[in-house]
Design a protein around this ligand. Structure first.
Ligand code: NAD
Length: 322
């Protein structure tokens, strides 16, 4: 059992807490802390978990920390935990500035501890299943559209929403970023609420990412195009659709869907698959991964280097847009 401390009991902190309680065979919740004292007392009483009056007290009582506070506070809280050699789970985005990201990565590497960043979409069952089909996508189109919610507006939409897709794209395309172009607009908040970025990679792949927090409906979809295949990942509904093409050798089967390419010598048939997916809970899965990494010395799927890489691209997009 890992003695775990949870800091930040707002919207997502409560979800982490619920999952930690469900994972009582892995974690013993030894302290929760939120700077809002009324909130931490309320949550402590509601779930019968020990609350503490300071972050320092929390660090004294646990073997690992989960940080679910606003992004501007991540760096300071993470550094305190790292100084004590405690493994840390930090919600995304890892930190707020590139300077913080650089300093944090070098502190973590020096300390040699496990740090996992909450890019939860990597644990989305639709994306996990898509790994079976994704080879070398050459065009990626992502849409992450959300209805307006004042939570998260402390950072631009690129750091709030688009960063999920930046991480997904960087984990999928095995090539270096060559060029980025981007534009964004502020409609309601003081920072960009809608953003579009085009990321070109050295291998020729292009990713076109759109994020908005002013949408009338929610959508989180990525479409990957690669040789003879189209893979559509619906992160919101946890659904996957794959369309694949194969050369037909000889005469097509009567039940084949045949694609006429206008060439007599090459005919292709189309396979459309919609795998039945286990709609697992991605936050629960990422917390299990955190446990596994600490107890078996495995490297996290989303480590601080992934968190850094996503930040680097996100901040370059922001710099281009400003
Ligand atoms: P929130 O505003 O609902 O909650 C934040 C909580 O942190 C508040 O209760 C606040 O009192 C507390 N807090 C602030 N500063 C603190 C400090 N220094 N010490 C202790 N407590 C402090 O925010 P949220 O929506 O829960 O978001 C928290 C983090 O999670 C953000 O970094 C956000 O980007 C991230 N997030 C990630 C996802 C995801 O999909 N992975 C989704 C939503 C939010």
């Amino acid at each position: 059992m890992i003695k775990i401390g949870l800091v930040g009991l707002g919207h997502l902190g409560k979800i982490h807490l619920k999952n930690l309680i469900e994972l009582s065979q892995l974690y013993e919740i030894t302290a929760v802390f939120d700077e809002n004292s009324a909130l931490r007392h309320e949550i402590s009483n509601l779930h019968n978990v020990p609350q503490v009056n300071s972050y320092k007290d929390l660090l004294n009582r646990c073997d690992a920390v989960i940080i679910v506070t606003p992004t501007v506070t991540h760096y300071e809280l993470a550094v305190e935990a790292i100084k004590r050699q405690l493994p840390v789970f930090i919600e995304k985005p890892m930190v707020e500035t590139m300077e913080e990201a650089k300093r944090l990565v070098s502190l973590i590497d020096e300390a040699g501890i496990h740090v996992q960043v909450g890019h939860v979409e990597r644990f989305n069952p639709a994306f996990l299943e898509a790994q079976k089909y994704l080879e070398s996508p050459m065009f990626i189109e992502t849409h992450r559209l959300a209805q307006f919610n004042p939570r998260g507006t402390d950072v631009p939409v690129v750091l709030d929403l688009m960063i999920h897709d930046i991480d997904i794209v960087l984990s999928t395309v095995k090539s270096r970023v060559k060029r980025i172009s981007a534009s964004g607009v502020s409609i309601i908040s003081d920072s960009h609420d809608i953003a579009n970025a085009r990321i070109e990679f050295e291998n020729g792949c292009v990713a076109n990412l759109t994020s908005s927090r002013l949408s009338l409906k929610n959508m989180r979809k990525s479409r990957f195009f690669q040789k003879d295949a189209y893979i559509s990942v619906d992160f919101l509904n946890k659904e996957l659709e794959v369309v694949r093409m194969e050369n037909i050798v000889g005469e097509p089967d009567p039940f084949d869907i045949v694609l006429d390419l206008g060439k007599d010598d090459i005919k292709k048939k189309i396979w459309i698959e919609k795998p039945d997916l286990d709609k697992s809970n991605a936050i629960n899965d990422e917390l299990q991964e955190f446990y596994k990494c600490i107890t078996t010395n495995k490297s996290p799927i989303v480590d601080h280097h992934s968190g850094y890489n996503a930040m680097e691209v996100a901040l370059e997009i922001l710099a281009i847009m400003s």
